[in-house]
Design a protein around this ligand. Structure first.
Ligand code: G6P
Ligand code: MG
Length: 214
């Protein structure tokens, strides 16, 4: 059977913004007086902004009022936005653009499945927007990954049943969300971290769209 739709996560899959998220959270942790490692950061991938802050505070053993939480999340986002502002199409990860174009030539539909509220800005800065048939971002959903909402909504907009969709994800929470949606998942990253993915590749470079037939 051939896939009818590909659903792409954004941060860490199509663009290297996962790095920017990490740098911004690390800066916040430093200001709160603790060190935040890249290993800690794996727990934040695919997780919403406020849930990420809760995990960060738990790691640092810090309690804050709701008011301060909103303040710190806003500060983190402001720093993150300064990184995003500098983005251009050059920041698309190697092979991602070519892969998306090849998939579309095969007649396979494409959707974005990201919980980021900054997704529209990133798609605009990188000129990726025209490559999507549907966009689902953090402004359209009420539950972040590992909840399957983001991917089910994408499949719904494309009118493709979940079992004919393939998700591309770099986050453990995203792989779980894909499976809970009843979809196959290709992990982008390391097999040690993305243990549950159906297939793991280091990136799109060299990934043949023929591989996504199963
Ligand atoms: C993506 C990233 C997460 C980030 C979330 C919310 O899923 O993987 O690290 O926390 O989006 O992003 P936002 O841009 O709305 O803060
Ligand atoms: Mg991601």
């Amino acid at each position: 059977m051939k896939a009818k739709a590909c659903l792409f996560d954004l941060d860490g899959v199509l663009v290297d913004t996962a790095r920017f998220h990490y740098l911004a959270w690390k800066d916040l942790a430093q200001r709160l007086g603790f060190h935040f490692t890249e290993e800690d950061n794996e727990r934040l991938k695919g997780v919403s902004r406020m849930d990420s802050l809760e995990i960060l505070l738990e790691i640092g053993g810090i309690r804050l009022s709701q008011e301060d939480k909103i303040l710190y999340a806003t500060q983190k986002n402001s720093l993150y936005l300064t990184y995003i502002e500098t983005m251009t199409p050059e920041d698309i990860l190697p092979g991602a653009l070519e892969f998306m174009k090849a998939v579309r030539r095969e007649g396979i539909k494409t959707a974005l499945g990201s919980v980021s509220k900054n997704a529209a800005l990133i798609l605009e800065k990188t000129s990726l927007l025209p490559l999507f048939d549907a966009i689902v971002d953090g402004n359209l959903i009420s539950r972040a990954k590992p909840d399957p909402e983001v991917f089910l909504k994408g499949a719904g907009l494309l009118h493709v049943p979940p079992q004919s969709c393939i998700v591309f994800e770099d986050a453990v929470a995203g792989v779980e969300a894909a499976h809970r949606a009843g979809m196959k998942c290709v992990g982008i990253g390391s097999p040690e971290i993305l243990k549950e993915a159906d297939l793991v590749v280091p990136g799109f470079a060299g990934l043949d769209p023929g591989m996504i037939a199963w």
